[in-house]
Design a protein around this ligand. Structure first.
Ligand code: TA6
Length: 299
């Protein structure tokens, strides 16, 4: 469908409109009484979310590319069906560089807006050992709610894959941020050669490159930002892994689609099912991972 057909079929006057976004990529603009958001069909990526009278909740790199075949650097990349590096393939799966199909838009009774997208068929999908479908519902309102539903389309074989909502959060200054909710959780320290460690700190602070995959953890995580005077609660269901990442100076410089100083203004707290927490779905069954981002002002 071209943009005009999409507009005709999916726009909701005063709530959801469709336009050509950055790089002329089709983008949904959602404007509710509490918040605004930009959702690209490319990667089904929520690129921005901001509550009215609050700073942006999601970080979006000023150097991000908006072009076919490239992931948008920021917002909420949808990582599927693998997490991390993979021999001969792009990192973090192919879902984030596919143009997802827009399935539905709707207005909630509370004034929120919901957008539902579906991962399209593709040669990469056809190569996956077990056929699956992925549907993603984004609800924009007082909070940002993300629901990723994976269905095993096989009647005989188990579906095994990894998934992650790789959320980039905007922060006032990384030195003023603390992350709570992971004490006692085992993690792979990817900066330390994927050594297995256990989190001993009540709160995590970031003063160098951090790249940790916390495992077997289903709890909420709180990001407290003393500079922006807000806390962000990352609530999740159906997710066993939490990843915390900040590239710091050298990695920031090495990324062409990320500003050298932008590591100061972001942190990733990602919710997924990766590594030993990878998803295994029985034939004909499905699994939904839900992430809800809730903010509140702090003194
Ligand atoms: O989630 C953290 C991580 O796996 C880091 O290792 C880093 O590679 C980051 O994702 C970004 O990956 P990308 O492929 O988007 O550059």
């Amino acid at each position: 469908m071209n943009i005009k057909e999409l507009q005709k079929r999916f726009e909701i006057p005063g709530l959801v409109s469709l336009t050509d976004g950055s790089g002329d990529l089709p983008m949904l603009w959602v404007d509710t009484q509490w918040s605004v958001a930009e959702i690209y069909l490319h990667g089904a990526q929520v690129a921005t979310f901001q509550k009215k009278n609050e700073p942006a909740l999601l970080f979006l790199s000023e150097e991000s590319r908006f072009e076919e075949g490239q992931a948008i650097r920021g917002g909420v990349p949808v990582i599927l069906p693998w997490f991390g590096a993979r021999d001969g393939d792009m990192a973090h799966g192919f879902a984030r560089v596919k143009d997802w199909e827009l399935k539905a838009t709707s207005a909630g009774k509370d004034g929120s807006a919901q957008v539902v997208l579906r991962l399209p068929d593709s040669p990469e999908m056809a190569k996956w050992p077990t056929p699956f479908a992925a549907e993603y519902a984004v609800t924009v309102g007082k909070t940002l709610k993300l629901e990723l539903r994976i269905e095993n389309l096989s009647k005989e074989r188990e579906l095994v894959l990894e998934e992650c909502l790789h959320t980039y959060f905007e922060v006032g200054e990384i030195g003023s941020v603390s992350i709570a909710g992971l004490k006692g959780v085992e993690y792979l320290d990817k900066v330390g050669g994927s050594a297995k460690k256990t989190e001993t700190n009540e709160v995590i602070r970031i003063a160098s490159e951090v790249d940790r995959v916390y495992m077997d953890t289903t709890g909420d995580v709180e990001i407290r930002d003393a500079k922006l005077k807000r806390s962000i609660r990352v609530k999740k269901e159906g997710s066993q892994s939490t990843v915390v990442w900040n590239p710091w100076i050298e990695k920031a410089k090495a990324m062409a689609d990320f500003g050298d100083e932008e590591y100061l203004k972001m942190v990733c707290v990602e919710s997924g099912n990766v590594g030993r927490n990878k998803l295994t779905i029985a034939p004909g069954k499905n699994a939904t991972m839900t992430v809800e981002l809730v903010t509140e002002k702090i003194s």
